[in-house]
Design a protein around this ligand. Structure first.
Ligand SMILES: Nc1ncnc2c1ncn2[C@@H]1O[C@H](COP(=O)(O)OP(=O)(O)OP(=O)(O)O)[C@@H](O)[C@H]1O
Length: 256
């Protein structure tokens, strides 16, 4: 269990989020939504130990970052930050193998290479294995970095807008893979998405942030209301439901 208790995150004097209380369970996919600049990335960075907590505590299975130290704390995470503008001369396979950096020995083992190829194959990216990372498109890079984070075999998966550069096919592929692996491997997954329909399709729990505060948390069918979304984004919307009862959101153009 990952527990946030009255968490406040600050950057210098600016308070980015405050009084966050929530509990995240293993085997469940949590999606954070909320307007631009509202503290989603800062929250992931604070959880990973990149930003200090101004107040409150974050505990994973009873331990805090202070208990374990930054290295041991971070070993529990797979973290894919936003905007991976990597100009690496490494090959795709090398980048994926780096997901195992914590456990790599002086020489790569066959097992490391096999695991990296399997991760690439599972995402349909094996044909890119020998390509220099710097020659890939934005979407291809995003898929490769997802393969890298899979290789870490984390307990907590943090993904910051992992589908921002992906076409529809690859968005679904990444989210389906994540959803499946979250269940299979009992990860606590925490993903930032701007696409509310994708969030509604895949989230077990939606976490709604606005102005650094928790506005709502729960299953998409309970959380996504026209009133909440219109107020959050200042855009008129209609919410419909599909045959399975999942909400989908249609934005409405304002009269000109
Ligand atoms: N390095 C920084 N220096 C100063 N302010 C920052 C810095 N990083 C973030 N902020 C500010 O902190 C606030 C929260 O930013 P954050 O990146 O967490 O938002 P977000 O919800 O992830 O936004 P987006 O949806 O646009 O990615 C914003 O007002 C942002 O301008």
């Amino acid at each position: 269990m990952l527990e946030f208790s009255h968490v406040a995150v600050a950057l210098g004097k600016q308070l980015l989020s405050r009084d966050l209380c929530m509990q995240l369970s293993p085997g469940r996919l949590h999606v954070i939504i909320g307007p631009n600049g509202t503290g989603k990335t800062s929250l992931l960075r604070a959880l990973f130990g990149e930003l200090p907590l101004q107040e409150g505590t974050i505990r994973f299975n009873g331990h805090t970052l202070a208990d374990l130290g930054a290295n041991r704390w971070r070993q529990q995470f797979g973290y894919m930050p936003q905007n991976n503008q990597l100009e690496l001369e490494l090959s795709v396979l090398e980048v994926v193998v780096l997901g195992r950096l914590q456990s790599l020995k002086l020489r790569l083992s066959d097992d490391d290479l096999r695991a990296a190829m399997t991760a690439l194959q599972s995402l349909g990216m094996a044909h890119l294995a020998d390509r220099p990372m710097s020659t890939l498109s934005g979407g291809q890079r995003q898929m490769v970095l997802f393969a890298q984070v899979l290789l870490r075999e984390p307990q907590i998966m943090l993904l910051d807008e992992p589908v921002s550069a992906l076409d529809l096919q690859h968005q679904m592929q990444l989210m389906e893979h994540l959803h499946h692996q979250t269940r299979q491997r009992n990860w606590i997954s925490l993903v930032v998405l701007h696409d509310l329909n994708l969030a509604a399709q895949f989230a077990d729990e939606l976490i709604v942030l606005a102005d650094g505060r928790l506005q709502a948390m729960g299953p998409p069918s309970e959380v996504l209301t026209e009133a909440l979304i219109s107020q959050l984004y200042q855009v008129p919307v209609q919410i419909h439901h599909d045959a399975a009862g999942l909400p989908y959101i249609r934005t409405l153009r304002r009269a000109s």
